[in-house]
Unconditional design. Structure first.
Length: 171
């Protein structure tokens, strides 16, 4: 039934209803074809007028269904984005907590130390504290200290400094 309604709606919308339905109604033309085409055209126009409200309801129902689907997709995307935002805020909070571990007095002491001695002392600290101190040091002093440390430890500390390790933990 719905297939017929859809076909009729399409025909009415295209203005082809009278031509096609007239041909279907009268395959063999009789001598009185002008009268029959006029009657057929009126029937088609009346049929199109009669089904117009139903066609509008079908169109609205399809649009509502599509809008509902889109609304569901938007809600899912919002949830994903809220989760990502929470992860980012957690990462920022962890980063700030790590930087607070190194107070300014300790940073000043390390900045005045010989790079070799500072590297030895930083080698005894946990990674987060060492990174916090290195992050607060001037780049020239931090570079000199890292130059004196063992390569594997420098790699870990550099990853923490750049934030790459925090992103890997979230994945």
């Amino acid at each position: 039934m719905q297939g017929r309604i859809t076909l009729a709606i399409a025909l009415c919308a295209l203005g082809l209803g009278s031509a096609i339905l007239g041909a279907v109604a009268q395959p063999a033309k009789t001598p009185n074809k002008a009268t029959q085409e006029a009657a057929s055209g009126n029937d088609v126009a009346q049929y199109c007028a009669n089904i117009a409200p139903a066609a509008a309801e079908v169109r609205v129902a399809r649009q509502i269904k599509r809008l509902t689907e889109l609304e569901t997709l938007v809600k899912l995307r919002i949830q994903e984005l809220e989760q990502k935002e929470a992860e980012a805020q957690e990462w920022v909070g962890n980063r700030q907590a790590m930087l607070k571990k190194a107070n300014d007095a300790v940073v000043a002491i390390f900045s005045k130390m010989d790079p070799e001695a500072a590297a030895t002392r930083l080698g005894m600290l946990d990674d987060e504290t060492a990174v916090a101190i290195l992050a607060k040091l001037p780049p020239k002093a931090a570079g000199a200290i890292l130059n004196e440390m063992e390569a594997s430890r420098v790699g870990r500390l550099t990853s923490l400094l750049s934030g790459a390790n925090g992103a890997a933990k979230r994945s």
